[in-house]
Design a protein around this ligand. Sequence first.
Ligand SMILES: *Cc1c(COP(=O)(O)O)cnc(C)c1O
Length: 845
Amino acid sequence: MDPAEVCDLYIESDRTGMTVSTLKRSFVDNLHYIQGKDATFATAYDYFMALAYTVRDRLLHRRIKTAQTYFEEDTKVVYYLSAEFLIGRLLINNLINVGLYEQTQKALGEFGLDLAELMEHEPEPGLGNGGLGRLAACFLDSLATLEIPAVGYGIRYEFGIFEQIITNGWQHEVPDNWLRFGNPWEIARPDYNVEVKFGGHTEAYTDPQGHYRVRWIAGTTVYGTPYDTPIAGYDNNTVNTLRLWSARAAQDFNLQVFNAGDYTQAVSNKTFSENISKVLYPNDNTLQGKELRLQQQYFFVACSLQDIIRLYLRKHKTFDAFPEKTAIQLNDTHPSIGVAELMRLLVDDYFLTWEKAWDITQRTFAYTNHTLLSEALERWSVDLFGRLLPRHLEIIYEINYRFLNEIRLRYPGNHARLARMSLIEEGGHKQIRMAHLACVGSHTVNGVAELHTELIKQELMRDFYEMYPNKFQNKTNGVTPRRWVLLSNPQLSGLITKTLGSDRWVKHLDDLRGLEAHADRPEFRAEWQQIKQANKERLADYIWQNNQIEVDPYSLFDVQIKRIHEYKRQHLMVLHIITLYEQIKANPSIDIQPRTFIFGGKAAPGYFMAKMVIKLINAVGDMVNHDSDVNGRLKVVFLNNYSVSLGEISYPAADLSEQISTAGKEASGTGNMKFALNGAITIGTLDGANVEIREEAGPENFFLFGLTAQEVMSLKAEGYNPMDYYNSNLMLKKVIDSLISDYFCPRDPGLFAPIVDSLLYGDPYMLFADYQSYVDCQKQAAEAFRDKDRWTKMAILNVARMGKFSSDRTISQYCQDIWGVEPVPVSLEACRPSLAGSQPLVNKR
Ligand SMILES: *Cc1c(COP(=O)(O)O)cnc(C)c1O
């Protein structure tokens, strides 16, 4: 077939049209021919599917042109490798990005259907735990919006992050069978299947030219099938791809075993292979060290590297230009085995010399560090690793041997440094330090906020920084304003566009600065307040529907939504709630700012303390919400199943954003940015990106409390004793004693002892050290809230000054400073190169 002729034909079809009438026609076609229904039998889900396919048609048209453009221009491509992509629902995002939202609303309206209602029928792909996975999703949106050739590579988990239900105050996990009803966005590409090997042994041999070579004789082979999801840029023609790998058994029947008569053994081998992409590990910022997890990591990295090399070799005969055409970003150490895998491919399969292969590898990879928490740093047991990936273990030893020689040359006789920097942690149980592998195999290592990068350089990887100071960079995280403002807060978006006289801010978030000039205008403030009020009422309705708790939408909405983790200190917020409660109990007529405390977040299923914290929040809520002395002035709500969709209605409804991690523990945070962009004011420590948010917003528009990272380290070094705070702070003592007395769990004595004991006899996250400072700061926040005009002005100035936290800024910096890539605009105009620049064949926006 002649591609140009094919293009002429599909461009004439209704499936690319952007008008109300072509949308209606496509919708009915898809309902009919894909769902196989008509209006008599169609369910809301059928309507959702028909609409999703209608949108997908328009995306695929752009996707094909995008792929052609990248191929013809042989552009450098960014490959973003991430074990998680928490992309959120796609229907509304795609409608907005491709510019179909209004016409679609109209088209459906003419059928008597409600777009907002259909959207609720889309299951959310929960292929991530929290911030790290959501960051990858924001990056995909920005890459496409900035017209950067890019592919996201990850795993198509059959089960995403579990669904959280709360019964009797406790978290329970329900499997997330998100593909149950099919997924209209993805396209399977079995023609690009690849093979991945596991286990077995290696053999050395001499090739006909007399070179020493190694071959890997694997134990088992698994297939990876790619599934592609189109990722549309905002207001352009770029559609990139998220390519997720699904594991398939290499042979449906292992013939030898089958012939030996063991049918069930043969079939169960198939299950074994297909288990690899079965389920997302539900741990955030902690390690589980399970064999299946290492299999997952190697599986998707091996699939992706084969795919990357296949794409490269379409235009190239040698690997000489590989680093000029390929940038591979490692999102944390999860894909860091890629360093050893690329070496294996280049040396064993393509017969490059070690030196040449190493040069290519180092110039191709870059690594993003996401955590300083030692419990989250990936280490794999050498035994386990060698059993699963014997050739990679040899390669890692060779990398390490050469690396240690380099250190010996630079720092003669410094054995302590050798031991600290080695890729292998010696001792009883030898382990591979994946962060060290990622660092030596990459040309650049970056942190995700200024403070975090400084701590990497000065603490976590100090030795590496001393040796390679130019390898380290900062790239402060950001969030996409498309999902986190335009989509989640349409009313505020409308006000911003009206006020600035343009919607340019959606792609150039620094334009928000223009709002500063309006911060003192009473009419503008009034509209602002009205929108915040409407968003609070939307959340109050949701709370009523889901929790059957009536909250006062005029109270201060004090919100902490994020994964439940001790370092994030949800329990510090609980200590403040109990503090206010004690004040009311001591003096019921006290004049106190009414507040609604809103929590949301999942605990890793095996994280005992985090699950206790959820129970504590619910127990305190039960007591406070029903106490007649409180009389509705304080309400505590735990929103179950926090997710991207729930975030979309929570961030815009917040007055106060709780960002209260122990300083030095949160690498960046991105929830903090979403809140501030939606007009919430932060109460926070000097941790992660809070530091930069405060810098941008101005210290007068930020509620700061607590120890600094330096103070946390010094206090720990000189000996921190939480008991001293308990004994000397009367209110703190009263609060802790209320927990000890089982006041909040009268029918379950001793229930909260694990939390109390952890605080009194160690307090690793220093809640007690920050308690008084937090309570005082909360008091200031309450006072500020009572002055409506002052609060509104603070909120406006926060939004006006958050331009820095667009992921477009972050991605531009990665492009310039790390990847060396430039935008490649895509034109939908001519099908034939000779016609380029002539009459557009489809309506452009
Ligand atoms: C933004 C986001 C996070 C990250 O929140 P932090 O407050 O930065 O920890 C986690 N989960 C979801 C669903 C998010 O949207």
